[in-house]
Design a protein around this ligand. Structure first.
Ligand SMILES: [Zn+2]
Ligand SMILES: [Zn+2]
Length: 259
């Protein structure tokens, strides 16, 4: 399984992921924070499925741009997967003929920009050789993390979350756990802003470590810290490095993992 973190910062040496998007096996995207910025355009055209974890702007910002970039009446449109809460938000706040065109309305006359699919927590589905289970996590708006597996390996993308339980419970189940190779967990704030992490349902290094205590770690599981706030980046990085998590790496740098 190939997992890529899409970059979203501009300029020489820019490696931070200020907006969130993952691309798996070149054809499945999780979140569309920076998906519409990927070059060359052929890479966007290769994306057949876009899964949205929640409605926050750093996760959906370039969805309209992406859909516009890949639209053609002559080709199959991408499938977009989201919970009913996210669809409701996108209809009212994004595709509302003010911020962006109501693509579903246009679709009736001109061809489809996307096929909408509703995600349900803990309802597993299969796309592009992957088995994907969305799981509700604990964030300030309804949010899904994702358990993703193929025949050989599994990964956990927790998405934006504060302290949470159910996704760990499912990840500890033997069939999934035996294939688990990487955990992408957010760490938005530094320890001195734990109060803000709790208020906004995010994590700081202390809470990040407490989440990892909910699953037995071994050397074949890579802990990957993502979603570090730019204004606290160096502090969070230093505090995470002090945790006794072997192999911890930082996903805010543009990286690809071949697992
Ligand atoms: Zn969020
Ligand atoms: Zn976020």
């Amino acid at each position: 399984m190939k997992i890529e973190l899409v970059g979203s910062s501009i300029g020489a040496g820019a490696t931070r992921q200020n907006l969130t998007s993952y691309i798996i096996n070149d054809c499945v995207a999780i979140d569309a924070g920076s998906l519409g910025l990927v070059v060359p355009l052929a890479r966007q055209l290769a994306i057949q499925h876009v899964l949205l974890s929640h409605s926050h702007i750093d996760h959906v910002a370039t969805l309209p741009i992406f859909l516009d970039n890949v639209f053609s009446p002559d080709r199959e449109c991408p499938k977009v997967y989201a919970s009913s809460n996210v669809w409701d938000c996108l209809a009212r706040d994004v595709f509302n003929d003010r911020l962006w065109a109501d693509l579903s309305g246009i679709a009736l006359e001109e061809g489809q920009f996307y096929t909408p699919i509703e995600l349900q927590s803990e309802s597993t589905f299969k796309i592009a050789g992957l088995s994907i289970t969305p799981v509700s996590v604990n964030h300030s708006v309804p949010t899904l993390g994702f358990l993703v597996e193929d025949d050989r390996v599994a990964i956990l993308i927790a998405s934006d979350t504060g302290p949470t339980e159910r996704i760990w419970e499912l990840a500890r189940q033997q069939l999934f756990y035996s294939k688990l190779r990487a955990i992408f967990l957010e760490c938005s704030y530094s320890n001195s802003y734990e109060w803000l992490a709790i208020k906004t349902a995010h994590l700081c290094p202390r809470l990040f470590a407490a989440e990892f205590a909910k699953i037995p770690l071994n050397l074949s599981i890579l802990p990957i810290a993502v979603h570090l706030k730019g204004w606290l980046y160096e502090t969070i990085e230093a505090e995470l490095a002090l945790l006794s998590l072997p192999g911890i790496c930082f996903g805010d740098v543009v990286k690809t993992w071949d697992l």
